[in-house]
Design a protein around this ligand. Sequence first.
Ligand SMILES: Nc1ncnc2c1ncn2[C@@H]1O[C@H](COP(=O)(O)OP(=O)(O)OP(=O)(O)O)[C@@H](O)[C@H]1O
Length: 374
Amino acid sequence: MLFLERLHLTHYKSYDSEAFLFSRRINAIVGENGSGKTNLLDAIYFLSLTKSALTSQDALSIRHGADFMVIDGTFRKSDEAFSDSIPASGKASQITVSLPRGQRKVVLQDRKAYERLADHIGRFPVVLIAPDDTDLVRDGSEERRKFIDGVLSQQRPDYLADLLQYNRLLDQRNSLLKQFHERHYTDEDLLEAYSQPLVELSLRLHEQRKAFIASFLPVFQEHYTGLSEGREAVSIAYDSEIVPDDFQREFWLNRHRDVAAQRTTMGIHRDDYLFEIDSYPLKKFGSQGQQKSFVIALKLAQFDLLTREKGFQPILLLDDIFDKLDDRRIAMLLRCMKDGTFGQVFLTDARPERTQALLSDAGIDAGIITIGQK
Ligand SMILES: Nc1ncnc2c1ncn2[C@@H]1O[C@H](COP(=O)(O)OP(=O)(O)OP(=O)(O)O)[C@@H](O)[C@H]1O
């Protein structure tokens, strides 16, 4: 099992200096609107994935007027199954993320800095379910790529390493194309030297994405059916212009177009994942409720696959579920908390009485953390 035992926030978003001790099972974070409940979930997400779930700009997480922020927490991992009664044993790891304003963030494990932040990803996995967040469905392909890349990266360090290398090479090749365009001259040998590794990585990442969707799809569909009572058929199609046998040739033939466009116009950075409902695009034809169910099913499938891959459950962050979901879906999530399908859970709610009532009716003991009361 994996759980976050304690957390200390310094100058993190709305927090000045605050310490928390958590239950290894269910933690209910309650407090008024704007009191910092989501910020606390995001701090846990940050500690696990070295970035915020809400913004790609790290500096936005530093408290207004402060020069730095620190998130410091202790995860504990052991071979035991989840239980409230067993003593806390197993290996403790203290993770510290510090970010001075205007500088690079540093992540320490037991006070020793990681050489590469990527080495941290996947060691203390989390899954975040924010039912209102249907950007994944409504936004462009980048959001969907980010989601699938995030799932794969927590599962497989080799995938993340390839992806980071791909993004670096892509940036370098794009700068080169820009130079060629500006100078009206193309050094084909140099371009080839940048293109070859990019082609190889494209093919490798393409293969991994294809295999991943094949294994993810049935798990996702099962969750969607459970959430929707199975009235409609949903699917995810991996949409990539890469045809493995032809890709190397096509990529090379495409170089003149790349120089004209001043960027690489073919490759896995253009992939998309098509979300479909009864074979129609979910974005256009799915109701708000169907879109919400789709996103929750994606996250529950992510939770299942991570549990299988790691051999223990990721930490689950549930933002505002009682307010945003209907009774049936809430009951389903409470069942999973009660029967141990979920491990450690952090949930937020602005109404403490509702949280208490729902949890105690479901027979769930929870640690209640009240934010904004001194
Ligand atoms: N960098 C920052 N410095 C100071 N305050 C910040 C910073 N970033 C966000 N905040 C504050 O955090 C508060 C929002 O907190 P959060 O979203 O966690 O609230 P919440 O309790 O989840 O609210 P709700 O119930 O409405 O979802 C806002 O008041 C916002 O101004």
